[in-house]
Design a protein around this ligand. Structure first.
Ligand code: CA
Length: 237
């Protein structure tokens, strides 16, 4: 497996509240996009990634599976929720999480929030996750087009997040991986500005993962760079 990742603060934000994890050895890849004032967003996304990392370390060299991933995310939810309750400045903080595990040709994606996972296969781009956001739900119900969603005033309002309540509902998606597949994980700093059609064109044009993540980020910056942008690209070979 080849992996490239790029995270960028963007042009308007003073800090980067996105976090990611790339663990090639275990086949585990995560993006997390924190939310909350007074830098609480980056605390939430850091706690998510660090808690899952700690769960991995406790397993030593044992293989991780989808069950492990679910348990590790539930634990991260508890850690963030507790930290938010202990500090007024962190009240209500939370994070998205999109975690992908590639194990022996199987892909498991665990997901909460509006970060996304895509599978690129034979020139086609498939969105694997549902955005847990007000506009994401409106689009799925047919009440809003994808283009309208990009400009909607409530486009940043999540309907589900990690750490904002004592329990969390996690979406799970399972797919087979085929040689040559690309897995794309990203935060809404990318997909809030760059359309699926543009992502597809860039992946077609730049077979090098390094160039592809760079071009995706550059395009998001050119189109405003209003948010933190994080992109993880994995080539299954
Ligand atoms: Ca964001």
């Amino acid at each position: 497996m080849q992996v490239e990742v790029l995270t960028d603060k963007g042009l308007l934000r003073t800090s980067n509240e996105d976090r990611y994890l790339v663990d090639k050895m275990r086949g585990l890849f995560i993006v997390a996009d924190g939310m909350g004032g007074h830098r609480a967003g980056e605390t939430a996304s850091s706690l998510a990634v660090e808690t899952i990392k700690r769960s991995c370390l406790e397993l030593d060299n044992q293989r991780i599976d989808a069950y492990f991933l679910r348990e590790a995310i539930i634990r991260a939810n508890e850690v963030i929720f507790r930290a938010a309750q202990q500090d007024e400045a962190r009240e209500g903080m939370g994070t998205t999480i999109t975690a992908a595990l590639i194990d022996e040709g199987n892909l498991y994606v665990a997901h909460v929030g509006d970060s996304r996972a895509y599978l690129w296969r034979n020139g086609e781009l498939y969105l694997l996750t549902n955005d847990h956001s007000v506009v994401g739900e409106l689009v799925r119900e047919g009440g809003l087009t994808k283009n309208e969603a990009l400009r909607h005033p409530q486009r940043n309002v999540l309907t589900r997040a990690l750490g904002t309540s004592p329990e969390v509902e996690i979406d799970f998606v399972t797919r087979n991986m085929v040689k040559g597949d690309l897995l794309l994980l990203c935060t809404d700093g990318l997909t809030g500005t760059v359309s699926d059609a543009e992502v597809k064109l860039i992946l077609q044009k730049y077979p090098s993962l390094k160039e592809a993540v760079k071009e995706l980020t550059v395009l998001a910056l050119q189109k405003g760079g209003t948010d933190n942008i994080t992109t993880v690209l994995v080539n299954y070979d």
